[in-house]
Design a protein around this ligand. Sequence first.
Ligand SMILES: C[S@@+](CC[C@H](N)C(=O)[O-])C[C@H]1O[C@@H](n2cnc3c(N)ncnc32)[C@H](O)[C@@H]1O
Length: 260
Amino acid sequence: MNPVARRFSRAASTYDQGAGLHRHVGARLLEILPDPDEVGRGRILEVGCGTGVLTGLIRQRYPNASLCVMDVADGMVSCVRERWGNDPAMEYVVSDVRDFKTARPFDLILSSSALHWAVPLENTMATLQATLVPGGGLYAALMVDGTLAELHGLRRQIAPEKMPTGRLPTRDEVISAVEGAGFNLISRKAEAIQARYHSADDFFGTIHAQGLTAGTVSRAAQPLSRTELNQLRKAYDETCRDPSGGVKATFEVLYLAAKS
Ligand SMILES: C[S@@+](CC[C@H](N)C(=O)[O-])C[C@H]1O[C@@H](n2cnc3c(N)ncnc32)[C@H](O)[C@@H]1O
């Protein structure tokens, strides 16, 4: 199992406690989705379902459609299967989206806060294009570069030689991967979300409990020492205070709609 899949699988039982941000993003994504009449009894694929934050919204909005939920982390897929196991309209797949193939293309692909993990995005978008019927729709929300800028900035000051090796794609890189795969972009919208936490400790604990500290975007070749972590925590508490209490962290989200 790849490290991202392993980390998210382990986080399946604790993910929901800190998922306010992801619930917000899922609800905003819902606003740009097609009308239920347009989708009817169509086939929907949800990529990176996690614990089912978006899944529940999709089932409510498209009660007549069939829904295949997919995630690279088997712990996440088990979580969704436990909740909707009796729903005959649902199917469950453990797969890396980059390797996914289907003999029966989907009418709609939906994804919230997941596709930025599946890099290079060019390959992922090409796979999704091949997974849709002609004229099918891709509706997704992705985290982009600038997310957790406060944390990365402080980390650069405290341990510049221990920066993560990867970074999130920029908005332009996402758009170019979507269009490069042959999609016709219908709409895009950016949102900067300021999430609030009681303290730096609460913030670090929450993102870890959600599995968000996996992968090259968060991890350096060499981990921070205990002293560096303490320095980071202290500096975060001091410099990222939210006027209404606690600390804040920025998440940059790109919402997009495209047709194959
Ligand atoms: C931050 S969670 C979002 C989950 C859910 N969509 C939500 O809004 O709460 C990201 C999810 O993407 C999944 N994921 C990461 N890389 C993936 C890949 N290459 N293929 C499929 N799923 C992936 C993770 O396992 C995780 O469940």
